[in-house]
Design a protein. Structure first.
Ligand code: NAD
Length: 564
């Protein structure tokens, strides 16, 4: 007998117990009486049929009783492995509670402990041992219709450094957010880790480490491997969107330049971060009433995030009519060697556009006094470096100074929300990478923004998938950024928020997807025809975490066609 397949090309389970062991089809105790009879599940489940709402209650009761966040992470990953539909229902309904667990900050801890908490393999591993056969290996993935890949080589996981194969938690988590926040169908998502080795000595000595025991391959050998991966991924999954995530910055910029015109690809650490921070800056200007062209933005950290943000700020200024060279002068950088100025040593090509003619400054404190920034953006991965003596003077340069401490996870933030508000007597407009609780000062409550990339990349991905875009451009991210800033309500701004509340994420992702789709059509980058009702068309594609009825009339699977 030929196997039956569903619309995603997946083979349906054959025997009763297989329905329970397949996370895509499993409904657990919610299989109805009719399904239990027809699918051969009678006896394999306790007699009572639970509703999905009751199942959600059970998961949440368990979740809240766990002793720590790592345990909660393990619980959620295990649920995802057992029952994907229920996992997404729980995450969608409790997004604010779930986000810090399935993504930053807890995912950072989970990556560090990946070998210890490992239960079942999730995602897809390629390694330097697959050289010459990557396409063949990729065909082992059971789903033919993959639309979005998130790939890492594990070299710069959040602000935690090289975690090698343990980095898999990041593509897995990011793709969960594509589904939870923008309704990309989970079976169309493929998390990939390319294991090229690690420089992390502790991992190389750890018997539980899951990766190759070798130092990182680099140079031409690395480039050839990435080239083979990009070719193979596009061959096996034509038109797939490939998101680069947490690569070391020496590779991230190069790979983006190499592939942005040859594949449908982007780097979230550079472009996604750029867009989310730009949206925060635009919202902050709505709060302060200032103009972007009048700002002096000082970045602490000149890596993927900092340069990505500065590039988008300058693009908007250029859009508004400022010559690019002038626009760049609004952005200043301090890296580990001090203020980046013209003629300084240790300047990579990416930093050069921001090396202005100015006296040198050895450190951030000196740079703050010299540049007198109206906005200070921390993307250094260096914890507690925004001290009182750095934050306090900002109130002299701006009525509402912007302080974004974006380094992740929480332990790496340049300062806390409480510090930023206290040291500026409540005048700071604050956002961070990982969440902070609201702060009450002199009877007024300030709600910190979380400059989480999740506001941007799921919506961009949905726009790309819905239009079958051939490329991802910076213009799409600027459209996404402007859309995000425009969605912040006056009531949210009044609380000090520079981003919409996370509970609005579906509305946000849909609006971004529509704006990005408009950009894709106007740039003639779509491979699919423009539907008459663009909003309705995109909305209809969004995955809903609901159980299908496998035997609506007691007859198995009328809606699924036999294979072949
Ligand atoms: P990166 O490795 O590319 O860059 C880090 C930069 O910090 C480098 O320029 C480095 O020179 C600089 N740096 C290191 N030590 C320093 C020191 N002592 N003084 C001054 N500068 C120093 O990393 P990245 O991708 O740019 O990420 C940086 C941080 O930003 C990470 O913690 C990451 O988690 C965070 N981040 C947050 C968001 C967000 O909130 N949405 C997004 C992306 C990255």
């Amino acid at each position: 007998m030929k196997p039956k397949i569903n619309h995603s090309g997946l083979a349906l389970p054959v025997k009763g117990v297989d329905w329970l062991h397949n996370p895509i089809f499993n409904k657990g105790t919610a299989f109805t009486d009719a399904e239990r009879d027809v699918l051969g599940l009678r006896g394999l489940l306790p007699p009572h049929v639970h509703t999905m709402e009751e199942q959600v209650l059970r998961v949440m009761a368990n979740f809240r009783s766990k002793p720590n966040n790592l345990e909660r992470y393990v619980q959620m990953v295990s649920l995802q492995d057992r029952n994907e539909t229920l996992f997404y229902r729980v995450v969608t309904e409790h997004l604010e509670e779930m986000l810090p667990i399935i993504y930053t900050p807890t995912v950072g801890k989970a990556c560090q402990e990946y070998g210890y908490i490992f239960r079942r393999s999730r995602g897809f591993y390629l390694s330097s041992e697959d050289r010459g056969r990557m396409a063949q290996v990729l065909r082992n993935w059971p789903v033919p219709d993959v639309r979005v890949i998130v790939v890492t080589d594990g070299e710069r996981i959040l602000g935690l450094g090289d975690l090698g194969a343990y980095g898999m938690g990041i593509p897995v988590g990011k793709l969960s957010l594509y589904t939870a926040c923008a309704g990309i169908n989970p079976v169309q998502c493929l998390p990939i880790t390319i294991d090229v080795g690690t420089e992390n000595e502790a991992l190389l000595k750890d018997p539980l480490y899951t990766g190759l025991r070798q130092t990182r391959i680099r140079g031409a050998e690395y480039d050839a491997l990435l080239e083979e991966f990009m070719t193979a991924a596009q061959q096996v999954f034509p038109g797939v969107l490939i998101q680069f995530e947490d690569f070391g910055n020496h590779n991230a910029f190069r790979l983006l330049e190499r592939y942005r015109d040859r594949a449908c690809t982007f780097n979230d650490d550079i472009q996604g971060t750029g867009a989310v921070a730009l949206a925060g800056v635009l919202s902050a200007l709505r709060l302060s009433g200032g103009k972007l062209a009048d700002q002096r933005v000082l970045f602490f950290g000149a890596g993927e995030a900092g340069l990505g943000i500065a590039d988008q700020i300058t693009e908007v200024l250029a859009d508004e009519g400022l010559p690019l060279a002038e626009a760049r002068k609004r952005c200043w950088f301090v890296d580990s060697k001090g203020l980046i100025v013209h003629g300084r040593e240790f300047l990579t090509a990416n930093k050069l556009p921001y090396a202005h003619t100015h006296e040198g400054c050895p450190d951030l404190l000196a740079a703050v006094h010299s540049i007198r920034p109206t906005m200070l953006i921390g993307v250094s991965g260096q914890p507690r470096t925004f001290t009182k003596e750095i934050i306090q003077p900002l109130t002299q340069y701006s009525r509402r100074p912007v302080v974004f401490a974006l380094s992740n996870p929480t332990s790496k933030a340049e300062c806390t929300a409480e510090e930023a508000y206290t040291w500026t007597e409540g005048r700071a407009i604050f956002a961070s990478g990982s969440p902070f609780e609201p702060v009450t000062l002199a009877g007024r409550t300030h709600v910190p923004g979380q400059g989480n990339n999740v506001y941007i990349f799921p919506g961009v991905g949905l726009g790309v998938v819905a239009t079958g875009a051939r490329r991802v451009t910076d213009a799409m991210f600027i459209r996404a950024s402007r859309t995000l800033a425009s969605l912040v309500r006056e009531s949210e701004l009044a609380e000090g928020r520079v981003y919409p509340t996370l509970t609005r994420i579906h509305e946000v992702s849909l609006a971004i997807a529509v704006a990005v789709a408009e950009e894709i059509y106007s740039a003639k980058l779509a491979t699919l025809p423009r539907p008459e009702d663009l909003v309705g068309h995109i909305k209809a594609q969004m995955f809903k975490p609901e159980y299908p009825d496998y035997c609506p009339h007691g007859i198995p699977h009328m809606t699924f066609a036999p294979a072949g």
